[in-house]
Design a protein around this ligand. Structure first.
Ligand code: F0G
Length: 459
């Protein structure tokens, strides 16, 4: 039976949302050129576009906002933020940035010291890949094969394929590897966790070849909770201690704080001990993000972030959070809808390659399912597949993604199980009509990160 965990909070402020009619949605979608990113949010009933910056802050966070010190340099808020990050990571040097990609634009060009270098990752998130490429380097994804067996249980589908990673290092030459990036949880693989055993092996590799290990840890707390639930030897560990062990293996931690730090905006760069690298990062932070004690954030943002980082590690919160995602995933599986199994930490990933085998990858099967779900139930989701992946920079051809996902990302502390039931019903109805779905093509295609602003038409 699909049971659920009772939330460890009650609701003290509400934001009204409104259902629209099918006819309204048809008009909205046409005006948005069949791209859900172009919808006004008032056209959306339940918004599962992203879990990034869309969560609810606690009353402790709202109270902390009032203590924001808006001094340009050396504000009290910076020091509180710095202390919170140091306490969790054990790292020496901390820089705030406006969000995750702010950290990427500062760090990636410093690691890619000359043109033609490579980053190897369990899987690059799309903005990470974009910043790797903007820095003149190449992004290589190297996730374990289990990840591709969508319907088969495996506890750590986000892991790095360590053998393959070592082969890349040997073949490409150690001096050409700019860094190894562990994305935890592994967003593009379905929000799948990485085990500490796997991270230890990757750490050993980076030690052997003297390469920097970077954690892209937007969802490090969710990953830590999965380790507690699934990895032998961690059953009775504290979440915070698991996270600390994770940070011990890396050199640099980049975070989009809009996820596990439970804030609407913010990010950070944390460096374990390399002072020279920290100084280089500070140098780039000034022109791109702002003075290194505010990095594009208001003092009040840093206050909310400091509190949110700690709340994000609370075990009761995490258990409920992961359980909401599992609940939705189970409902869909019970109805035969193919999903990445088991569910990841922040989202349910629906496998649209097998739902729409009649739509070729370059007519974007997952986008077609996302649009159909919007029309059906007013639920906004996002395509993570060939539409997002874009074109090969060298040949200009569409790249075929290994996955065609519809991602249902669940904002933190925002929706109830009743909302999730509505979503499940909508997805199941679309699944029943799957043979009628049609592919899409471009009316307008932007050159970079095309999925955000492209215009599409049905073919
Ligand atoms: N790294 C990962 C693993 C992410 O999931 C994201 C953002 C970023 C970096 C970039 O952070 O948005 O703060 O600049 N992911 C969001 C998502 C956008 O919807 O998955 P950002």
């Amino acid at each position: 039976m699909n049971t659920f965990t009772v939330p460890p909070y009650r609701i003290k402020m509400v934001e009204p949302i409104k259902q629209t009619t099918y006819q309204d949605r048809k008009e909205y979608l046409e005006k948005a050129h069949n791209n859900l990113f172009l919808l006004p949010s008032e056209a959306v009933y339940i918004d599962l576009l992203t879990d990034s910056g869309t969560g609810a802050m606690s009353h402790f966070q709202w109270a902390a906002l009032m203590q924001g010190d808006e001094s340009y340099a050396g504000s009290k808020s910076f020091y509180r933020f710095e202390e919170a990050v140091k306490d969790i990571t054990g790292y020496e040097y901390i820089i705030p940035v406006h969000q995750g990609r702010g950290a990427e634009q500062v760090v990636m060009p410093l690691l890619a010291k000359q043109p033609g270098m490579y980053f190897i990752s369990n899987m690059h998130f799309d903005t990470t890949r974009a910043h790797v490429e903007l820095a003149g380097a190449t992004a290589i994804d190297c996730v374990v094969d289990e990840c591709f067996n969508v319907d088969t249980f495996s506890p750590f589908k986000g892991n790095m394929n360590v053998e393959k990673c070592e082969k890349y290092i040997k073949d490409l030459g150690r001096e050409n590897i700019a860094g190894i990036i562990m994305t935890m949880t592994n967003n593009s693989a379905g929000g799948q966790p990485v085990s500490l055993e796997n991270l230890r092996e990757v750490h050993a590799l980076t030690q052997k070849y003297d390469i920097s290990l970077i954690i892209d840890g937007a969802r490090f707390a969710e990953n830590s909770c999965f380790v507690k639930q699934r990895e032998k030897g961690y059953e009775s560990s504290e979440i915070k201690d698991i996270a600390r062990e994770m940070f011990d293996y890396a050199d640099i931690f980049l975070m989009s704080a809009k996820k596990d730090a439970l804030v609407n905006i913010g990010g950070l760069i944390a460096i374990k001990e390399d002072k020279e690298f920290f100084q280089e990062c500070q140098g780039r932070t000034v022109p791109y993000e702002g003075f290194p004690t505010y990095g594009g954030l208001a003092g009040r943002d840093m206050e909310a972030l400091a509190v949110g980082l700690k709340e994000g590690l609370d075990e009761d919160y995490l258990i409920h959070r992961l359980d909401q995602v599992r609940y939705l995933s189970e409902k869909l599986r019970e109805a035969g809808v193919p999903v990445q199994y088991p569910a990841g930490g922040h989202a349910v990933f629906v496998d649209c390659k097998s739902i729409c085998p009649h739509i070729p990858f370059d007519h974007f099967p997952a986008q077609s399912v996302c649009n159909a779900l919007y029309l059906e139930a007013g639920v906004r989701t996002v395509e993570v597949g060939s539409f997002l992946l874009g074109r090969d920079p060298k040949t200009g051809q569409n790249i075929e993604s290994p996955f065609e996902w519809m991602r249902l990302a669940i904002p933190r502390r925002t929706y109830t199980y009743a909302h999730l039931d509505h979503v499940a019903e909508g997805v199941i109805n679309v699944y029943k009509k799957r043979k009628e779905l049609k592919g899409l093509d471009f009316d307008y295609e932007p050159k970079v990160l095309r999925h955000f602003t492209a215009n599409l038409r049905y073919i």
